[in-house]
Design a protein around this ligand. Structure first.
Ligand SMILES: [Zn+2]
Ligand SMILES: [Zn+2]
Length: 213
């Protein structure tokens, strides 16, 4: 099992620098393993992590727990917070870990010779006991972890755009099988769409596009 130092080296290599948020991320991940009784970084997919921000903290967490987007063991719910929920997919136990509001100030006590606030955090976050660094909440996911993981490999075709949908992300509405975008839950607008510029994106015309239904 890699040491905390080795994990910090790994995240430093990814970022070409080490910063306080990467340290927080690594410490959060290791603390989750301790609290859930899991050996981390994991070699399987038992732990699933939901991180509440992108950026440095997310990579610190990913390295410490070995959860990755590409392995379908990590997702971002972007609340802009250095916080994460760690889910033991075998027991269903889910712990949300977040730095205490006072950690920035407390870091100074652990790094009295630090040249700057940034350096005090960088050093302090490595030395502070985890229970002084973090608050832990036991949580229940609104979407069950089984549904988040879903059945990988399952495929469907959107009745409107015809694009392939993986991992049970399709939406059923009025007998139609839709991708999230065609169901109106799209993060983008098509530039070629004449409706662009209108306040509301167009609603798909199911009746026209779904002959025979
Ligand atoms: Zn950074
Ligand atoms: Zn579609």
């Amino acid at each position: 099992m890699p040491t905390r130092k080795e994990l910090l080296d790994m995240t430093t290599a990814m970022h070409r620098h080490l910063c306080p948020r990467q340290v927080l991320g690594v410490r959060m991940g290791l603390y989750a393993g301790e609290l859930l009784g899991l050996a981390l970084p994991q070699s399987d997919k038992r732990l699933y992590t939901i991180v509440e921000t992108d950026g440095c903290a997310a990579d610190g967490i990913a390295v410490a727990v070995n959860c990755w987007v590409g392995r379908r063991t990590l997702r971002i719910e972007d609340y802009g917070k250095v916080a994460a929920t760690f889910v033991d997919t075998q027991t269903g136990q889910a712990l949300r870990i977040v730095p205490r509001p006072t950690v920035r100030q407390r870091a100074y006590a652990y790094a009295p010779d630090a040249a700057s606030k940034w350096e005090a955090q960088l050093i302090g976050y490595q030395l502070m006991p985890a229970d002084e660094l973090f608050d832990v909440q036991e949580v229940r996911l609104r979407t069950p972890i089984e549904a988040i993981i879903s059945r990988p490999g399952r495929k469907a075709l959107c009745d409107v755009c015809g694009e392939e949908i993986m991992n049970e992300r399709e939406v059923r509405r009025d007998g139609a099988l839709l991708c999230r975008a065609c169901a109106g839950d799209s993060y983008y607008l098509l530039v070629a769409d004449p409706a662009l510029g209108h306040p509301e994106p167009p609603q798909p015309q199911f009746a026209l596009l779904l002959p025979g239904r």
